[in-house]
Design a protein around this ligand. Structure first.
Ligand SMILES: CC(C)(COP(=O)(O)OP(=O)(O)OC[C@H]1O[C@@H](n2cnc3c(N)ncnc32)[C@H](O)[C@@H]1OP(=O)(O)O)[C@@H](O)C(=O)NCCC(=O)NCCS
Length: 257
């Protein structure tokens, strides 16, 4: 958490716990005198696709090859599981590391932000929902692989909106509420969904919008969001697992796609 706060990231303890619960053997850290000074996580979605996330190195220990060593550890771990495609969402600093290690750009996106009321109460943190209504067939096409176990974990700490041809979530973060993941079959469903999700918070809100989905970009702008951070979706492995960005309106988190 100290590394998250120092880098201005939005994750809460529950975000770390979810990652550690999902893949306890796939999360790695470097410690100096028992203090964690670097982290990385992997999240597997079956054997086809895995994500690398939460790459954080304490400022005092940067440029010593720690990120490179942690990525090598992740790649060894994921190759031992015979994962076909490995993706991550890179900050500009991260991209400098990953592009040297064989990761290729897939597409660019931005984090969008809408300012809210700093006095307002955070969303209720623990929904405890199993979320059986999530539109699984649509999610599979939009994301590219079955991630229902992950969706179930996210639902426990999110508010979910399910419409006839779309599903979306909003959860709490340290700096802002966070919209995502969100999938919708049509722009009009996405428009309805966003207004329902935004109605749940009056805090500042983040939304990671896939740039190639121009409907999503327009929707973000029309709802008062502004782009605040550049990110790049990158991948490596035997084969790129594609996703359908016309159906994807919000990521689940840059650490997990
Ligand atoms: C990005 C980050 C993880 C890199 O960690 P690191 O341990 O310093 O990276 P490494 O020492 O392994 O760097 C390997 C190479 O990447 C490149 N690189 C890394 N950081 C760089 C920077 N700030 N500027 C230019 N090149 C950089 C260099 O080529 C470097 O090799 P060199 O030091 O021999 O020139 C770290 O800066 C960090 O935690 N940043 C804040 C959080 C963040 O953005 N995380 C990435 C999320 S995708």
């Amino acid at each position: 958490m100290k590394l998250c706060r120092a880098s201005g990231w939005n994750q809460l303890t529950t975000d770390w716990e979810r990652l550690l619960d999902h893949d306890p053997q796939g999360c790695f850290a470097v410690a100096v005198n028992e203090e964690i000074i670097a982290t990385v996580t992997t999240t597997c979605y079956g054997r086809d696709l895995a994500w690398i996330g939460m790459m954080l190195v304490h400022e005092e220990y940067r440029r010593q090859g720690i990120a490179v060593a942690l990525i090598a550890t992740c790649l060894d771990h994921l190759r031992s599981r015979d994962i076909r495609c490995i993706k991550l969402d890179a900050t500009p600093a991260g991209k400098l590391v990953y592009s040297q290690l064989g990761f290729q750009d897939e597409w660019a996106f931005h984090r969008w932000k809408r300012d809210g009321d700093s006095e307002s109460k955070p969303l209720d943190g623990d929904r405890g929902a199993t979320n059986g209504q999530w539109n699984q067939p649509l999610d599979l096409t939009a994301f590219g692989v079955d991630r229902r176990q992950w969706i179930k974990r996210l639902a426990a700490h999110s508010h979910t909106v399910n419409l006839q041809d779309g599903s979306g979530m909003i959860r709490e973060g340290h700096l802002a509420s966070y919209i995502g993941p969100m999938v919708a079959a049509t722009p009009s469903t996405a428009t309805q969904m966003i207004s329902k999700l935004l109605a749940k918070t009056s805090r500042t809100t983040f939304w990671d919008v896939p740039q190639p989905n121009q409907h999503a970009v327009t929707l973000a702008r029309d709802n008062g969001f502004l782009p605040v951070r550049d990110l790049t979706r990158m991948w490596t492995g035997r084969q790129l697992i594609p996703c359908d960005l016309s159906l994807q309106y919000a990521l689940s988190d840059p650490g997990t796609g």
